[in-house]
Design a protein around this ligand. Sequence first.
Ligand SMILES: [Zn+2]
Length: 61
Amino acid sequence: MTEVITTDAGDRYHATSDCWGLRAGQQGGEVLGFDIRGIRSTSISDAEAEGKKPCKVCIPD
Ligand SMILES: [Zn+2]
């Protein structure tokens, strides 16, 4: 099963933790006071189950 990267605060999942979209989201979360340390790997199905959407930067259609 394909592993993806997601965060507790974000609403997207990513193919790589190097994605600038992920980093931008982290910075936004920090501004909003979210805990940005919640980066974790999970499966796409689990990420979808949490209501997260594929990142348009690193997971193109
Ligand atoms: Zn991404």
